[in-house]
Design a binder for this molecule. Structure first.
Ligand SMILES: NC(=O)c1ccc[n+]([C@@H]2O[C@H](COP(=O)([O-])OP(=O)(O)OC[C@H]3O[C@@H](n4cnc5c(N)ncnc54)[C@H](O)[C@@H]3O)[C@@H](O)[C@H]2O)c1
Length: 304
C-alpha cells in the first residue's frame, strides 16, 4: 500500500537515493532539507520539497502529514564535527529530538533513524554485532545522542522506532566537494580528472563498503514489514576492503596509471569496520543483488 513518507536530509547522498527508491516503489515522498550540505539538484522533481531546518517548529505540520519518517538529516562530515562539536550536537542530537517530537505529536506510524557504524569505534569484535557500542569521536558521540533519544521515545511512548547502522555507504550523489571527501567518490573523480588519489595514513584501514541501493532495500523492508519495528540493524556487506585495495579496484576499472598520494593519518577513526548482518538477513535483507565493492563499484560510475 502506498504511504506518505517524510525523508529528512533528502538533498544529501543517501536521502536523495532513498527518495527515488521510495518513489519508484509507488510511495509519496515529502523531503525536508536546509541545503546546508545537500543540493536542490539532488532532489527528484516528484518529491514535495520543504527547505527547512530540522531544529525549527515549521517541520511539525510537514511531519504530522506522514505515515513514516526516515530521519537522515544531520552533520555528517567528521572533520566539521571535530571543529564544531556544539554545532554537531545541535544538528545530530537536538535536531533528531525535534524530529522525534514532531513525529510523536503527529502520531506518525514509523520512525527510522540513520545511525552509523562509527558507534563501534572503540569495539574490537569482528564481524561486529549490534549489541555493544563505544562511540569515540564527536560525530559518533553526536549520532549516539540522537540514537539514545530514539530508544527513549520508543520505550517511553511505544513509538515504532527502528535504528539502522550504516557502514561505509557509496554510490551516486556522494559529496565529493568536502575537505576530506568519501574515499570511493574521491578516488573516482580525482582519477578521472587525471589527479592522484589521496590516501590518509597507510591505506591499510579496512572498511565494510555498502552500495546505497542495498541500504535502501533494507529501508523498504523496514517500511513495509512490521517485524522490523523497534529493532536495530547493521547494514553492511559483511566483507571489508582496505583503502589500498579499493584504490586497486578503481584503478583496475579506470587504468589511469596514477599512483596514490599518501597524507598524514586522520585521528580517531577505527582501524577496521566489518558488519555482522545476521539480524538484517533474518528480516529478508540480501546483498546478493550487488555484492561488495568489486561488483558494485561500476554502478557508482554510471550516470543515474
Ligand atoms: N554516507 C555514509 O556512509 C553514512 C554512514 C553512516 C551513517 N550515515 C548517516 O546517514 C545519514 C545521511 O548521510 P549522507 O551521507 O547522505 O549525508 P549528507 O551530508 O550527504 O546528507 C545530509 C543532509 O542533511 C542536511 N542537513 C544537515 N543539517 C540539517 C538541518 N539542520 N536541517 C535540515 N537538513 C539538514 C544536509 O543539507 C544534507 O543534505 C546521516 O545521518 C549520516 O550520519 C551515513
Amino acid at each position: 500500500m502506498s504511504k506518505r513518507v517524510v525523508v529528512t536530509g533528502i538533498a544529501g547522498f543517501v536521502g536523495s537515493n532513498l527518495g527515488q527508491h521510495l518513489l519508484n516503489r509507488g510511495h509519496s515522498v515529502i523531503g525536508i532539507d536546509d541545503l546546508s550540505a545537500g543540493t536542490r539538484e539532488n532532489v527528484d522533481h516528484r518529491v514535495e520539497f520543504h527547505e527547512l531546518d530540522i531544529r525549527g517548529p515549521e517541520i511539525y505540520p510537514v511531519i504530522a502529514s506522514a505515515d513514516a519518517v526516515f530521519h537522515l538529516a544531520g552533520k555528517t562530515s567528521l572533520v566539521d564535527c571535530l571543529k564544531k562539536p556544539l554545532e554537531a550536537a545541535s544538528m545530530n542530537v537536538t535536531g533528531t529530538l525535534n524530529v522525534l517530537e514532531a513525529a510523536r505529536q503527529g502520531k506518525v506510524g514509523k520512525f527510522i533513524y540513520a545511525d552509523t557504524s562509527a558507534e563501534y569505534e572503540g569495539i574490537h569484535d569482528f564481524p561486529t554485532p549490534e549489541r555493544n557500542i563505544h562511540p569515540v569521536g564527536v560525530y559518533a558521540a553526536s549520532k549516539h545522542g540522537g540514537a539514545t533519544f530514539c530508544e527513549s521515545y520508543r520505550d517511553l511512548y511505544g513509538m515504532k522506532v527502528t535504528i539502522v547502522r550504516y557502514f561505509n555507504v557509496y554510490g551516486p550523489a556522494q559529496d565529493w566537494r568536502r575537505v576530506i571527501p568519501p574515499v570511493m567518490s574521491s578516488f573516482i573523480l580525482r582519477m578521472l580528472r587525471g589527479d592522484r588519489p589521496m590516501i590518509y595514513g597507510t591505506g591499510e584501514k579496512r572498511r565494510d563498503f555498502i552500495y546505497v541501493d542495498d541500504v535502501n532495500d533494507l529501508h523498504l523492508i523496514i517500511l513495509e514489514d512490521s517485524r522490523s519495528d523497534g529493532r536495530t540493524f547493521n547494514i553492511g556487506c559483511g566483507i571489508n576492503f582496505s583503502v589500498n585495495e579499493v584504490y586497486h579496484l578503481v584503478e583496475g576499472f579506470l587504468k589511469t596509471g596514477l599512483e596514490p598520494l599518501y597524507k598524514e593519518d586522520l585521528p580517531g577513526e577505527a582501524e577496521i569496520t566489518l558488519a555482522d548482518i545476521t539480524a538484517a538477513k533474518k528480516v529478508g535483507y540480501m546483498t546478493t543483488r550487488r555484492k561488495g565493492v568489486g561488483t558494485s563499484l561500476r554502478y557508482s560510475m554510471e550516470p543515474r
